[in-house]
Design a protein around this ligand. Structure first.
Ligand code: THU
Length: 128
C-alpha cells in the first residue's frame, strides 16, 4: 500500500462524511504495522460536542478489529488543503503509535502529498 493509495482511500471515504453543521468533510485512512488499512470520516451531531473526527473514526475501526499499532494516517478534506489533525486526534495517534518519530501523518497539498512525523505535530504527547 503506497501513500498515494492510502490517500486515495481517504479521499473516497471523505465522500461519506456526515457534516451538515460545519459543511466540512474529512476522510482519514490508517495503516497498521501489520499492513491493514481502516478508513473513517467525520460525523457530526446536532449536539455539536458529540462530533467524531475522521481520524478517530478510522483508528477506532482498527482498534475494534483488534489492531493496536498504527504507523501512518492519511487525511483529506475537499474543503481545505493540508488538512492537519486536531489536537485530540494527535493524542489518539500517539496512544497507538510505537514511535512518534516514525509515525507518518500524510496530508494533501494541491497535487502533492505532504508528510509530517507525529513527533512534529505533537512533541510531548501525554502518557500515563
Ligand atoms: N474534523 C475532523 O474530522 N478531523 C480533524 O482533525 C479536525 C476536524 C471535523 C470535525 C467537524 O466535523 C469538522 O471537521 C469541522 O470541525
Amino acid at each position: 500500500m503506497t501513500y498515494e493509495e492510502l490517500m486515495n482511500k481517504a479521499i473516497e471515504v471523505s465522500k461519506n462524511s456526515y457534516s451538515p453543521y460545519s459543511k466540512f468533510s474529512v476522510g482519514a485512512c490508517a495503516l497498521t504495522e501489520s499492513g491493514k488499512i481502516y478508513c473513517g470520516c467525520n460525523f457530526e451531531n446536532s449536539s455539536f460536542g458529540m462530533t467524531i473526527c475522521a481520524e478517530r473514526n478510522a483508528i477506532g475501526s482498527a482498534i475494534a478489529d483488534g489492531e493496536r499499532k498504527i504507523k501512518a494516517v492519511a487525511i483529506y478534506s475537499p474543503n481545505q488543503d493540508n488538512c492537519l489533525p486536531c489536537g485530540a486526534c494527535r493524542q489518539v495517534m500517539h496512544e497507538f503509535s510505537s514511535n512518534d518519530k516514525e509515525f507518518d501523518v500524510i496530508v494533501k497539498n494541491g497535487k502533492e502529498l505532504k508528510i509530517y512525523k507525529l513527533i512534529q505535530l505533537l512533541p510531548e504527547g501525554f502518557n500515563l
